[in-house]
Design a protein around this ligand. Sequence first.
Ligand SMILES: Nc1ncnc2c1ncn2[C@@H]1O[C@H](COP(=O)(O)OP(=O)(O)OP(=O)(O)O)[C@@H](O)[C@H]1O
Ligand SMILES: [Mg+2]
Length: 263
Amino acid sequence: MNEQRKEGIVSSIISGKGGVGKSFITVNLASELGRKGKKVAVIDADMGLSNVATMINQDTPFSVVDWIKGRADLTDVYQKSPYFTLVTVSHDLMHNNVDQYLLLNALDQIVDELRSSHDYILIDSPAGTGSMVFWALDSADYAHLILIDEPSAISDIYKLSKYVLQVSPQYPFCAIVNMAESADHAKRVYERFNEIMNTFQDYSLPYLGGIERDKAVSNAIQQQLPLFKSHQNTTSKLALIKLAEQTILLDTTRAIRINKNIV
Ligand SMILES: Nc1ncnc2c1ncn2[C@@H]1O[C@H](COP(=O)(O)OP(=O)(O)OP(=O)(O)O)[C@@H](O)[C@H]1O
Ligand SMILES: [Mg+2]
């Protein structure tokens, strides 16, 4: 990675509950940032259940665990795709028993390298509250919380953010609403969540934008392509373009380098 040294911004994509669109949003936000001329990397941190590579039909012969186990060089772990650099933590559920200390240290080193060579590094986190989620939160400058209008999804993300705020009261979260019925509906979901955070955590988070439930999303996933490859200007495609614009604005207007100490 002998390129001009950068100071990339790291964000994690978090939800608590599974299946809310983290990987879809990661892939498409990364692709849109790339289309805006930014150099982007994605870390697929879903141990054993990685699917970013599948979503863009990308071959990923080597994972971070392969590097730790001496089956690959570090350079093999940075997979070039047409849209972004992809780092897959592991393809194999059997790797769940890999030494956590070694793995998290290896990932820290990878994040440092990516920061120096990319503008944006997006970490696609697994669902739940495992060590990879806390590592992603700790390594990131801020987190995108993915909300959907379901009580269990809202309560899971609330519990997770409450825990993080107990350890790191200023942790920078921002909200994206997915699978909404309309732009207004998305905004209302955000406002309700922000009100809960205000009332019970004395915390307010910015709204990055909403994505409607859209057949074009399943089509793109089926075709293993980012949304922008479709010629139609679907609501989801336009929403992702806006999200990328807002992401760029957000990064220049928020204080993002704070001491987090979540892990
Ligand atoms: N806006 C949307 N409209 C329609 N379908 C969507 C939308 N967002 C996501 N989906 C669908 O929801 C499913 C889950 O998406 P995705 O895999 O990105 O979720 P996830 O949060 O990463 O899941 P996991 O927690 O298992 O990693 C996908 O099949 C995708 O097609
Ligand atoms: Mg996922």
